[in-house]
Design a protein around this ligand. Structure first.
Ligand SMILES: NC(=O)c1ccc[n+]([C@@H]2O[C@H](COP(=O)([O-])OP(=O)(O)OC[C@H]3O[C@@H](n4cnc5c(N)ncnc54)[C@H](OP(=O)(O)O)[C@@H]3O)[C@@H](O)[C@H]2O)c1
Length: 337
Protein backbone atom coordinates (compact mmCIF):
# COMPACT_ATOMS: atom_id res chain seq x y z
CA UNK A 1 0.00 0.00 0.00
CA UNK A 2 1.57 3.30 -1.12
CA UNK A 3 1.00 6.18 1.25
CA UNK A 4 1.47 9.94 1.24
CA UNK A 5 1.67 11.58 4.67
CA UNK A 6 0.59 15.22 4.88
CA UNK A 7 1.79 16.79 8.14
CA UNK A 8 4.89 15.49 9.86
CA UNK A 9 4.45 16.80 13.41
CA UNK A 10 3.70 14.85 16.59
CA UNK A 11 1.23 12.44 14.95
CA UNK A 12 2.95 12.19 11.54
CA UNK A 13 6.28 11.31 13.16
CA UNK A 14 4.68 8.86 15.63
CA UNK A 15 3.01 7.19 12.66
CA UNK A 16 6.38 6.83 10.88
CA UNK A 17 7.93 5.40 14.06
CA UNK A 18 5.10 2.92 14.43
CA UNK A 19 5.48 1.79 10.82
CA UNK A 20 9.14 1.11 11.53
CA UNK A 21 8.62 -0.71 14.83
CA UNK A 22 5.54 -2.68 13.72
CA UNK A 23 6.59 -3.51 10.16
CA UNK A 24 6.82 -7.27 10.70
CA UNK A 25 3.65 -7.46 12.83
CA UNK A 26 1.59 -5.57 10.25
CA UNK A 27 2.83 -7.83 7.49
CA UNK A 28 2.36 -11.05 9.41
CA UNK A 29 -0.96 -10.33 11.10
CA UNK A 30 -2.71 -8.27 8.41
CA UNK A 31 -0.69 -8.70 5.22
CA UNK A 32 -0.20 -4.95 5.36
CA UNK A 33 2.98 -3.76 3.68
CA UNK A 34 3.18 0.01 3.78
CA UNK A 35 5.43 2.07 1.54
CA UNK A 36 5.52 5.77 2.38
CA UNK A 37 6.15 7.41 -1.00
CA UNK A 38 5.97 10.99 0.26
CA UNK A 39 5.94 12.97 3.50
CA UNK A 40 5.01 16.64 3.45
CA UNK A 41 5.37 19.38 6.07
CA UNK A 42 4.88 23.14 5.95
CA UNK A 43 8.26 23.73 4.30
CA UNK A 44 8.31 21.06 1.62
CA UNK A 45 8.33 17.34 0.97
CA UNK A 46 10.42 14.20 0.77
CA UNK A 47 9.38 12.04 -2.18
CA UNK A 48 10.45 8.61 -3.40
CA UNK A 49 8.28 6.30 -5.47
CA UNK A 50 10.47 3.40 -4.31
CA UNK A 51 9.57 4.20 -0.70
CA UNK A 52 11.18 6.63 1.73
CA UNK A 53 13.77 5.56 4.26
CA UNK A 54 11.69 6.56 7.30
CA UNK A 55 14.63 6.44 9.73
CA UNK A 56 16.36 9.01 7.55
CA UNK A 57 13.25 11.19 7.16
CA UNK A 58 12.74 11.22 10.95
CA UNK A 59 16.41 12.07 11.50
CA UNK A 60 16.34 15.00 9.05
CA UNK A 61 13.04 16.29 10.46
CA UNK A 62 14.55 16.17 13.95
CA UNK A 63 17.85 17.77 13.01
CA UNK A 64 16.82 20.22 10.29
CA UNK A 65 13.18 20.93 11.12
CA UNK A 66 11.85 19.80 7.75
CA UNK A 67 11.52 16.73 5.56
CA UNK A 68 12.52 18.91 2.58
CA UNK A 69 16.17 18.51 3.59
CA UNK A 70 16.26 14.72 3.17
CA UNK A 71 19.12 13.98 0.71
CA UNK A 72 18.00 13.07 -2.82
CA UNK A 73 14.29 12.92 -1.78
CA UNK A 74 13.75 16.42 -0.35
CA UNK A 75 12.09 19.16 -2.42
CA UNK A 76 10.01 22.29 -1.98
CA UNK A 77 6.75 20.91 -3.38
CA UNK A 78 3.46 21.21 -1.52
CA UNK A 79 1.00 18.35 -1.05
CA UNK A 80 -1.09 19.09 -4.15
CA UNK A 81 1.91 18.96 -6.44
CA UNK A 82 3.25 15.87 -4.67
CA UNK A 83 0.12 13.74 -5.02
CA UNK A 84 -0.17 14.61 -8.69
CA UNK A 85 3.31 13.24 -9.27
CA UNK A 86 3.37 10.00 -7.28
CA UNK A 87 1.45 6.76 -7.46
CA UNK A 88 -0.33 6.35 -4.14
CA UNK A 89 -3.31 4.51 -2.67
CA UNK A 90 -3.89 6.50 0.50
CA UNK A 91 -3.41 10.03 1.82
CA UNK A 92 -2.84 10.25 5.56
CA UNK A 93 -3.88 13.78 6.59
CA UNK A 94 -2.17 14.93 9.82
CA UNK A 95 -1.85 18.69 9.48
CA UNK A 96 -3.05 21.09 12.18
CA UNK A 97 -6.75 21.70 12.85
CA UNK A 98 -8.14 24.92 11.40
CA UNK A 99 -11.78 25.67 12.15
CA UNK A 100 -12.00 28.83 10.04
CA UNK A 101 -11.81 27.16 6.64
CA UNK A 102 -10.33 23.73 7.34
CA UNK A 103 -7.12 24.49 5.43
CA UNK A 104 -4.73 23.08 4.48
CA UNK A 105 -6.42 19.76 5.32
CA UNK A 106 -9.62 20.55 3.39
CA UNK A 107 -7.80 21.03 0.08
CA UNK A 108 -5.57 18.01 0.76
CA UNK A 109 -8.56 15.71 1.30
CA UNK A 110 -10.57 17.03 -1.65
CA UNK A 111 -7.58 16.84 -3.99
CA UNK A 112 -6.75 13.30 -2.86
CA UNK A 113 -10.34 12.10 -3.42
CA UNK A 114 -10.44 13.79 -6.83
CA UNK A 115 -7.25 11.94 -7.79
CA UNK A 116 -8.64 8.59 -6.63
CA UNK A 117 -6.79 8.22 -3.31
CA UNK A 118 -8.41 6.81 -0.20
CA UNK A 119 -8.08 9.14 2.78
CA UNK A 120 -7.27 8.64 6.45
CA UNK A 121 -7.51 11.84 8.46
CA UNK A 122 -6.71 12.59 12.08
CA UNK A 123 -7.38 16.26 11.38
CA UNK A 124 -10.96 16.94 12.48
CA UNK A 125 -11.19 20.46 11.01
CA UNK A 126 -12.34 19.51 7.48
CA UNK A 127 -14.86 16.99 8.88
CA UNK A 128 -16.29 19.42 11.43
CA UNK A 129 -16.87 21.98 8.67
CA UNK A 130 -17.97 19.75 5.80
CA UNK A 131 -18.40 16.12 6.82
CA UNK A 132 -21.58 15.40 4.81
CA UNK A 133 -19.99 16.80 1.63
CA UNK A 134 -16.67 14.96 2.09
CA UNK A 135 -18.42 11.66 2.86
CA UNK A 136 -20.59 12.01 -0.24
CA UNK A 137 -17.56 12.79 -2.33
CA UNK A 138 -15.77 9.65 -1.12
CA UNK A 139 -18.87 7.45 -1.49
CA UNK A 140 -19.53 8.77 -5.00
CA UNK A 141 -15.98 7.79 -6.01
CA UNK A 142 -16.14 4.48 -4.07
CA UNK A 143 -13.16 5.55 -2.00
CA UNK A 144 -12.61 5.17 1.73
CA UNK A 145 -12.65 8.20 4.01
CA UNK A 146 -11.51 7.04 7.46
CA UNK A 147 -11.17 9.13 10.59
CA UNK A 148 -10.80 6.90 13.70
CA UNK A 149 -8.14 9.17 15.19
CA UNK A 150 -10.31 12.30 15.11
CA UNK A 151 -12.47 11.16 18.04
CA UNK A 152 -10.84 9.73 21.15
CA UNK A 153 -7.31 9.55 19.70
CA UNK A 154 -6.31 5.92 20.12
CA UNK A 155 -9.58 4.97 21.83
CA UNK A 156 -11.61 3.05 19.23
CA UNK A 157 -14.79 5.08 19.77
CA UNK A 158 -16.11 4.85 16.22
CA UNK A 159 -15.38 1.11 15.91
CA UNK A 160 -17.14 0.57 19.25
CA UNK A 161 -20.15 2.55 18.06
CA UNK A 162 -20.25 0.70 14.76
CA UNK A 163 -20.35 -2.63 16.58
CA UNK A 164 -23.01 -1.43 19.06
CA UNK A 165 -25.45 -0.26 16.37
CA UNK A 166 -25.45 -3.56 14.47
CA UNK A 167 -29.05 -4.75 14.63
CA UNK A 168 -29.95 -1.86 16.93
CA UNK A 169 -30.35 1.92 16.59
CA UNK A 170 -28.37 4.64 18.37
CA UNK A 171 -30.59 7.37 19.78
CA UNK A 172 -28.12 9.41 21.81
CA UNK A 173 -24.38 10.00 22.04
CA UNK A 174 -22.81 11.70 25.07
CA UNK A 175 -19.12 12.20 25.52
CA UNK A 176 -16.22 13.62 27.45
CA UNK A 177 -14.27 14.27 24.29
CA UNK A 178 -11.52 16.65 25.36
CA UNK A 179 -8.81 15.51 27.76
CA UNK A 180 -7.53 19.02 28.50
CA UNK A 181 -10.82 20.37 29.83
CA UNK A 182 -11.43 17.15 31.75
CA UNK A 183 -8.01 17.47 33.35
CA UNK A 184 -8.72 21.09 34.32
CA UNK A 185 -12.13 20.25 35.80
CA UNK A 186 -10.73 17.30 37.77
CA UNK A 187 -7.92 19.42 39.20
CA UNK A 188 -10.42 22.18 40.10
CA UNK A 189 -12.42 19.51 41.94
CA UNK A 190 -9.21 18.88 43.90
CA UNK A 191 -8.96 22.56 44.86
CA UNK A 192 -6.94 24.26 42.09
CA UNK A 193 -8.02 27.53 40.47
CA UNK A 194 -8.88 27.45 36.75
CA UNK A 195 -5.69 29.31 35.72
CA UNK A 196 -3.44 27.01 37.78
CA UNK A 197 -5.16 23.88 36.50
CA UNK A 198 -4.76 25.13 32.92
CA UNK A 199 -1.08 25.97 33.48
CA UNK A 200 -0.56 22.47 34.88
CA UNK A 201 -2.31 20.88 31.88
CA UNK A 202 -0.01 22.89 29.59
CA UNK A 203 3.07 21.87 31.58
CA UNK A 204 2.11 18.22 31.25
CA UNK A 205 1.67 18.66 27.52
CA UNK A 206 -2.10 17.94 27.53
CA UNK A 207 -3.16 21.42 26.43
CA UNK A 208 -2.13 23.16 23.23
CA UNK A 209 0.06 26.24 23.58
CA UNK A 210 -3.08 28.10 22.54
CA UNK A 211 -5.76 26.24 24.53
CA UNK A 212 -8.67 28.26 23.11
CA UNK A 213 -10.08 25.39 21.07
CA UNK A 214 -10.11 23.18 24.16
CA UNK A 215 -11.56 25.50 26.80
CA UNK A 216 -14.07 27.17 24.45
CA UNK A 217 -15.63 23.75 23.83
CA UNK A 218 -14.91 23.91 20.08
CA UNK A 219 -12.66 20.85 20.08
CA UNK A 220 -15.43 18.86 21.77
CA UNK A 221 -17.94 20.28 19.28
CA UNK A 222 -15.84 19.09 16.31
CA UNK A 223 -15.70 15.55 17.67
CA UNK A 224 -19.41 15.65 18.42
CA UNK A 225 -20.16 16.60 14.82
CA UNK A 226 -18.22 13.55 13.66
CA UNK A 227 -20.10 11.28 16.09
CA UNK A 228 -23.48 12.75 15.20
CA UNK A 229 -22.90 12.15 11.48
CA UNK A 230 -21.31 8.76 11.83
CA UNK A 231 -23.26 7.18 14.66
CA UNK A 232 -26.65 8.91 14.57
CA UNK A 233 -26.70 9.41 10.80
CA UNK A 234 -27.36 13.13 11.15
CA UNK A 235 -26.16 15.61 8.52
CA UNK A 236 -24.66 18.28 10.74
CA UNK A 237 -21.63 20.56 10.74
CA UNK A 238 -20.06 22.77 13.41
CA UNK A 239 -22.64 25.49 12.71
CA UNK A 240 -25.41 23.26 14.05
CA UNK A 241 -23.81 22.81 17.47
CA UNK A 242 -24.67 25.02 20.44
CA UNK A 243 -21.35 25.43 22.24
CA UNK A 244 -20.51 26.58 25.76
CA UNK A 245 -16.99 26.08 27.16
CA UNK A 246 -15.60 25.90 30.68
CA UNK A 247 -14.22 29.43 31.15
CA UNK A 248 -17.20 30.63 33.18
CA UNK A 249 -17.09 27.78 35.70
CA UNK A 250 -16.26 28.92 39.22
CA UNK A 251 -14.66 26.80 41.98
CA UNK A 252 -17.92 27.30 43.95
CA UNK A 253 -19.92 25.56 41.18
CA UNK A 254 -17.59 22.61 41.34
CA UNK A 255 -17.65 22.54 45.17
CA UNK A 256 -21.45 22.64 45.20
CA UNK A 257 -21.70 19.79 42.69
CA UNK A 258 -19.19 17.74 44.68
CA UNK A 259 -21.18 18.17 47.90
CA UNK A 260 -24.19 16.74 46.06
CA UNK A 261 -22.27 13.67 44.84
CA UNK A 262 -21.86 15.13 41.36
CA UNK A 263 -18.96 16.01 39.08
CA UNK A 264 -18.88 18.92 36.62
CA UNK A 265 -17.79 17.70 33.19
CA UNK A 266 -17.73 19.26 29.73
CA UNK A 267 -20.18 17.10 27.83
CA UNK A 268 -20.92 16.85 24.15
CA UNK A 269 -24.45 15.56 23.59
CA UNK A 270 -26.09 14.60 20.30
CA UNK A 271 -29.62 13.28 19.97
CA UNK A 272 -32.52 13.54 17.57
CA UNK A 273 -33.62 17.01 18.66
CA UNK A 274 -30.34 18.77 19.47
CA UNK A 275 -26.55 18.78 19.39
CA UNK A 276 -24.77 20.74 22.10
CA UNK A 277 -21.62 21.13 24.18
CA UNK A 278 -21.99 22.32 27.74
CA UNK A 279 -20.55 21.83 31.24
CA UNK A 280 -23.01 19.70 33.20
CA UNK A 281 -23.09 18.22 36.71
CA UNK A 282 -23.33 14.44 36.38
CA UNK A 283 -23.40 11.74 39.07
CA UNK A 284 -19.95 10.80 40.28
CA UNK A 285 -20.98 7.18 39.75
CA UNK A 286 -21.84 7.79 36.07
CA UNK A 287 -19.29 5.92 33.90
CA UNK A 288 -18.91 9.19 31.99
CA UNK A 289 -17.45 10.88 35.09
CA UNK A 290 -13.87 9.98 34.16
CA UNK A 291 -10.96 11.89 35.66
CA UNK A 292 -7.89 13.77 34.44
CA UNK A 293 -7.10 13.51 30.71
CA UNK A 294 -9.38 10.56 30.07
CA UNK A 295 -12.15 10.47 27.49
CA UNK A 296 -15.47 8.63 27.69
CA UNK A 297 -18.30 8.11 25.24
CA UNK A 298 -21.73 6.73 26.15
CA UNK A 299 -24.00 5.44 23.46
CA UNK A 300 -27.71 4.95 24.14
CA UNK A 301 -29.32 2.33 21.92
CA UNK A 302 -32.98 1.69 21.34
CA UNK A 303 -32.88 -1.96 22.46
CA UNK A 304 -29.68 -2.65 24.33
CA UNK A 305 -29.47 0.48 26.46
CA UNK A 306 -26.48 2.63 27.37
CA UNK A 307 -22.92 1.45 26.71
CA UNK A 308 -19.80 3.38 27.64
CA UNK A 309 -16.22 3.25 26.44
CA UNK A 310 -13.43 5.06 28.31
CA UNK A 311 -9.71 5.51 27.90
CA UNK A 312 -6.87 7.87 27.17
CA UNK A 313 -8.07 10.13 24.39
CA UNK A 314 -5.02 11.65 22.72
CA UNK A 315 -1.27 11.46 22.28
CA UNK A 316 0.89 11.03 19.21
CA UNK A 317 1.46 7.29 19.51
CA UNK A 318 -2.17 6.57 20.43
CA UNK A 319 -3.45 8.60 17.49
CA UNK A 320 -0.92 7.00 15.13
CA UNK A 321 -2.36 3.63 16.20
CA UNK A 322 -5.77 4.83 15.02
CA UNK A 323 -4.23 5.59 11.60
CA UNK A 324 -2.89 2.04 11.42
CA UNK A 325 -6.35 0.73 12.35
CA UNK A 326 -7.85 2.69 9.46
CA UNK A 327 -5.18 1.46 7.04
CA UNK A 328 -5.92 -2.14 8.02
CA UNK A 329 -9.60 -1.62 7.28
CA UNK A 330 -8.75 -0.02 3.91
CA UNK A 331 -6.52 -3.00 3.13
CA UNK A 332 -9.37 -5.39 3.98
CA UNK A 333 -11.69 -3.37 1.74
CA UNK A 334 -9.20 -3.41 -1.14
CA UNK A 335 -8.89 -7.17 -0.84
CA UNK A 336 -12.68 -7.62 -0.88
CA UNK A 337 -13.27 -5.47 -4.00
N1 LIG B 1 -1.44 15.22 18.99
C1 LIG B 1 -2.49 14.51 19.35
O1 LIG B 1 -2.51 13.89 20.41
C2 LIG B 1 -3.69 14.43 18.44
C3 LIG B 1 -4.75 13.56 18.77
C4 LIG B 1 -5.85 13.44 17.90
C5 LIG B 1 -5.89 14.22 16.75
N2 LIG B 1 -4.85 15.09 16.48
C6 LIG B 1 -4.94 15.88 15.26
O2 LIG B 1 -3.93 15.45 14.37
C7 LIG B 1 -3.45 16.55 13.60
C8 LIG B 1 -1.95 16.63 13.76
O3 LIG B 1 -1.65 16.86 15.13
P1 LIG B 1 -0.15 17.06 15.64
O4 LIG B 1 -0.22 17.05 17.12
O5 LIG B 1 0.75 16.13 14.91
O6 LIG B 1 0.11 18.55 15.12
P2 LIG B 1 1.50 19.25 14.84
O7 LIG B 1 2.58 18.63 15.66
O8 LIG B 1 1.28 20.72 14.96
O9 LIG B 1 1.82 18.88 13.31
C9 LIG B 1 1.17 19.50 12.24
C10 LIG B 1 1.99 19.23 11.00
O10 LIG B 1 1.34 19.83 9.88
C11 LIG B 1 2.37 20.41 9.06
N3 LIG B 1 1.80 21.41 8.15
C12 LIG B 1 1.36 22.66 8.41
N4 LIG B 1 0.94 23.25 7.26
C13 LIG B 1 1.12 22.34 6.27
C14 LIG B 1 0.90 22.33 4.88
N5 LIG B 1 0.39 23.38 4.25
N6 LIG B 1 1.21 21.21 4.17
C15 LIG B 1 1.73 20.12 4.79
N7 LIG B 1 1.98 20.07 6.11
C16 LIG B 1 1.68 21.16 6.84
C17 LIG B 1 3.35 20.99 10.07
O11 LIG B 1 4.56 21.29 9.40
P3 LIG B 1 5.88 21.79 10.21
O12 LIG B 1 6.38 20.55 10.91
O13 LIG B 1 6.78 22.24 9.13
O14 LIG B 1 5.43 22.86 11.15
C18 LIG B 1 3.42 19.82 11.04
O15 LIG B 1 4.34 18.88 10.60
C19 LIG B 1 -4.19 17.79 14.10
O16 LIG B 1 -5.22 18.10 13.23
C20 LIG B 1 -4.68 17.36 15.48
O17 LIG B 1 -5.87 18.03 15.85
C21 LIG B 1 -3.77 15.20 17.28
Amino acid sequence: MNIVVAGFGTVGQSFAQLLLSHKELLKKAYGLVVKVVAAVDSKGAAVSQRGLDLELVLKYKREHGTVAKVPSAGCEMGLTEVIQGVEADVLVEATHTNLTNGEPGMTHIIKALQLGLNVVTVNKGPLALAMPMLKEMAEHRRLALKFSGTVGGGLPVLAFAKECVKGDRAVKVEGILNGTTNYILTRMEEGLKFEDALAEAQEKGYAERDPTLDISGMDTACKLVILANEVLGKRVTLRDVRVEGITKIKPEDIGMAKSLGKAVRLLGVAEESEVFVKPLAIDQSDPLAVKYNYNAVALTLENSGRHTITGKGAGGRETATAIIRDLISIKERLVMT
